[in-house]
Design a protein around this ligand. Sequence first.
Ligand code: SME
Length: 201
Amino acid sequence: MPHADSAMIPPGMDKIAFWAHVHEQLSHLLDGQRNWVTNLANASSLVFNALQAFPEFGTGDRMVNWCGFYLNSELFPPPSLTAPMATEDNRFARLLLGPFCGKPACQLINVSPERARGVCADAYRQKKTILVQDVEAYPGHIACDGETKSEVVCPLLLTVSGEERAIGVLDLDCLGLSGFDERDLDGLEKIAKLVVGACDW
Ligand code: SME
């Protein structure tokens, strides 16, 4: 199957069937590739374009306008030998913008205990998915696009030596209030698990 067809959505699906379909398409798309940049780029594109093709999200004031990843900055190649290290609990701990679809977004999100702010930082630090029905009512929300009204952020969790670590987040934004519900949360958590397991970190 051509890769571009992965984002096609058969008509008449409900949300649960939609997320199961996206999960299956993504598992095929990631098969045979373990590089995280490549896989997260294709994952953000597949999820974003599948949502665009799904009537509940694809059009008008309920459109999903952003879908992408932020990753612990330690996963990226170091910019220089003198750059400070970003271990999980020191003051330099931060997420860096990874592969995404949508308008340009903020590049750095601080996740250190004293400076963490926003939905991505909270989902990352709490290691749990956060559904935000109204971004303006969320304390510390970071507005990358003033048109975004609601959001869901799911942590990427990797088990290292028996310990579950957050390594990044998957973030979706919507132009409508209360754009996402528990079915989306469940679907996204399964997508996040698939993506983490499909890559070498
Ligand atoms: N709103 C996020 C920032 C990332 S953008 O939505 C792409 C936050 O509060 O962490």
